[in-house]
Design a binder for this molecule. Structure first.
Ligand code: ZN
Length: 260
């Protein structure tokens, strides 16, 4: 699955791990983990701050790349978390806390805790609509398979169209669709997104009508080169695809295989 081998820097060095995760989670630039704002984000410099802290001008709260993830608030170094995730996601038969304990050089108790948290993240038992209580859900599409969207020329290849819904700071669901059209996408959005949610999409036409059924519909004009305005953006779902396609594919396959 993944090309990353076990000696890759993100598995052996804490700073490299953080930068790796930042690059995956924020491919279009950093956005606030609390309010979702894409504007007015600054890096907190200086020795009094721990590394990897960002500040948001909109809500004035600091955040780091691990907020809202299973890696949040842990004394275990981030590179060990990434390695544990990689091992658990890439091993077909699963991996025990005892194996993690030996491989990562951490206590059995820590290994058990990590395994528990990672497994929980891979398990999508919460089937309630996403974005309830005024939450935000981002929707986007991508193509997965041997032929990428950037491939030139004709031919069908073996790519699958996938629609993904990501709740900011929450769950993600992916669905295989035959075609990226309103007919295929609208029923998925209706069935999985709470009517009280703010829906965020790009300018694609297939979201226009269904978008009116939600508390809010924010649209980003990607074709005009726009990545977002304030909390109107699809950077969470784009980060999800970037993670899916690079480092940690296995984790998300677990999350979404039933839907795929
Ligand atoms: Zn904020």
């Amino acid at each position: 699955m993944s090309s990353a081998n076990l000696t890759a820097p993100q598995f052996t060095d804490e700073t490299a791990a953080r930068e790796h995760l930042e690059a995956l989670r924020w491919p279009n630039g950093v956005f606030c983990a609390h309010c979702g704002s894409f504007d007015g984000i600054t890096k907190m410099q200086g020795k009094s701050h721990r590394p990897g802290l960002w500040n948001c001008n909109a809500c004035r709260k600091p955040f780091s790349v691990t907020i809202g993830t299973v890696y949040e608030r842990s004394h275990i170094p981030l590179h060990k978390w990434l390695l544990a995730t990689h091992l658990m996601a890439s091993s077909k038969k699963g991996i025990s806390a005892h194996q993690l304990h030996r491989l990562l050089g951490i206590t059995y108790k820590s290994a058990w805790f990590m395994a528990h948290r990672i497994r929980e993240a891979m398990d999508d038992n919460n089937t309630a609509p996403m974005g309830g209580n005024g939450g935000t859900v981002e929707a986007d599409e991508t193509y997965i398979g041997t032929k990428t969207a950037h491939t030139k020329g004709q031919g069908t290849g073996h790519k699958h169209a996938v629609v993904t819904l990501v709740e900011r700071n929450g769950r993600a669901r992916s669905f295989k669709v035959d075609k990226v059209t309103a007919r295929d996408i609208v029923p998925i959005v209706r069935a999985n997104v709470d009517k009280d949610a703010k829906l965020m999409t790009d300018e694609a036409r297939h979201y226009w009508q269904v978008g009116t059924e939600f508390a809010e519909h924010g649209r980003v004009a990607h074709k005009r080169g726009e990545y977002g305005r304030g909390d109107v953006h699809t950077n969470t779902v784009e980060g999800f695809y970037s993670i899916f396609k690079r480092g940690m594919k296995g984790v998300y396959q677990h999350c979404s295989e039933r839907h795929l």
